[in-house]
Design a protein around this ligand. Structure first.
Ligand SMILES: NC(=O)c1ccc[n+]([C@@H]2O[C@H](COP(=O)([O-])OP(=O)(O)OC[C@H]3O[C@@H](n4cnc5c(N)ncnc54)[C@H](O)[C@@H]3O)[C@@H](O)[C@H]2O)c1
Ligand SMILES: [Zn+2]
Ligand SMILES: [Zn+2]
Length: 361
């Protein structure tokens, strides 16, 4: 029987989010209902609330989550009730042109639940990134559940479901950071700091953190940045060049999602270097660059969707590294909050007070 639980919805563009009763159907074929234990507040949730992703309000927010599978529908074999899982927004299809070419990290037809969760009056909800986990329970495609070791705390595990995976993957998968590389990360929130962690893991020799907030730079340093630049007071392009023998960094990761920071990334990399855009821009943003510079500087301009991750490969691997003490995912959790605190958490995110607020149930 369908269940009624509490969830956080964004009712309309820029309207405050609120807790509402939502209806979660029983899982159909290929689906699973998950009891959510923790869900981080990612900047992308704020983009949804602001109408920056699309206009399909009302949204059921939250997409960076871990929990326990409660029930599964017909034909589900990969997970079973009781499994501890991280929810992912890349349940690869295996059949699209990307999957068939052996590049499932680009899958163009990822699976989400077919049934819709609703408000009690029947209004259909759009779950953020096909997940919607600021809710006591959520309905997803079974492939969106990635089993990991239940010994890791849910508030920590959940972060791998989006921001931390996106940042680490931007460095190690998309940017292909290698031993000895110089790396600059522009924007050191949850995603940018994860890129710092990824760059360090990959053996970068120099990791330059850039932000407009000194508190964020301090945290980036504790995560492995070797140098910091406050771009409110210092030209980051010049500073990055100075710190790299006058040349620029091998890989520059943009984790803000704005034209001006992208431009900084573009000019702060060495000739033939790589720019990775992991920050998400809004539809009205435009970028103008001299085409000659695009040509003349060579290298690669890449975007990173979800850190080019494969959840089944990368989540358990990163959980392992965390448990071995080789990366500290717990350092990303600034505070744990209740379901009713998401609006306040957006404010704190906006003020730069937190790396991650995590809703725990
Ligand atoms: N590509 C993906 O798959 C993916 C996944 C998750 C999040 N994201 C995106 O990544 C971005 C960052 O997310 P987050 O959760 O880390 O956000 P956040 O709000 O925690 O961090 C943003 C950081 O950027 C800094 N910043 C803002 N303006 C700046 C500027 N002009 N110059 C330098 N630094 C600046 C802020 O001080 C803050 O530290 C967002 O756009 C989010 O939507 C992308
Ligand atoms: Zn596919
Ligand atoms: Zn996210």
């Amino acid at each position: 029987m369908a269940q009624q639980v509490q969830g956080v919805i964004a009712p309309g563009r820029n309207e405050p989010v609120r807790v509402e009763t939502i209806v979660v159907p029983d899982p159909g074929p290929g689906e699973a209902v998950v009891t959510v234990q923790a869900c981080g507040v990612c900047h992308t949730d704020l983009h949804y609330k602001q109408g920056g992703i699309n206009d399909e309000f009302p949204f059921l927010l939250g997409h960076e989550a871990a929990g326990v599978v409660e029930s599964v529908g017909d034909g589900v074999t990969e997970v079973a009730p009781g499994d501890f899982v991280i929810l992912n927004w890349r349940a690869v299809c295996g059949n699209c042109r990307a999957c068939l070419r052996g590049r499932p990290q680009y899958c163009f037809d990822t699976h989400n639940a077919r049934q819709r969760m609703t408000l009690t009056d029947g209004t259909e909800l759009s779950p953020a990134l096909g997940i919607g986990a600021f809710a006591e329970k959520t309905l997803v495609a079974a492939g969106q559940c990635t089993k990991v070791d239940p010994a890791v705390a849910p508030a920590v595990a959940g972060l791998l479901g989006c921001g931390v995976m996106a940042g680490i993957g931007a460095a190690i998968n998309t940017g292909q950071v290698g031993r000895g590389d110089s790396v600059a990360v522009i924007g050191c929130g949850g995603v940018g700091d994860a890129a710092v962690v990824g760059a360090r893991l990959a053996g970068a020799a120099r990791i330059i953190a850039v932000d407009i907030d000194d508190r964020k730079l301090e945290t980036a340093k504790s995560m492995g940045a070797t140098h910091t630049v406050n771009s409110r007071s210092t030209d980051p392009v010049e500073a990055i060049r100075e710190l790299t023998g006058g040349f620029g960094a091998d890989v520059v990761i943009e984790a803000v999602g704005r034209p001006e920071t992208y431009r900084q990334a573009f000019y702060a990399r060495d000739l033939a270097g790589t720019v990775v855009l992991v920050g998400v821009p809004t539809p009205e943003m435009k970028l103008e660059l001299p085409l000659l510079d695009v040509f003349g500087r060579g290298g690669a301009l890449k975007s990173s969707w979800y850190g080019d991750c494969l959840p089944s490969r990368d989540f358990p691997m990163l959980v392992d590294l965390h448990q071995q003490g080789r990366i500290d995912l717990a350092a990303f959790v600034t505070e744990t909050i209740g379901l009713g605190d998401v609006e306040a958490a957006f404010d704190r995110m906006h003020q730069g007070d937190v790396l991650r607020s995590v809703v725990v149930f």
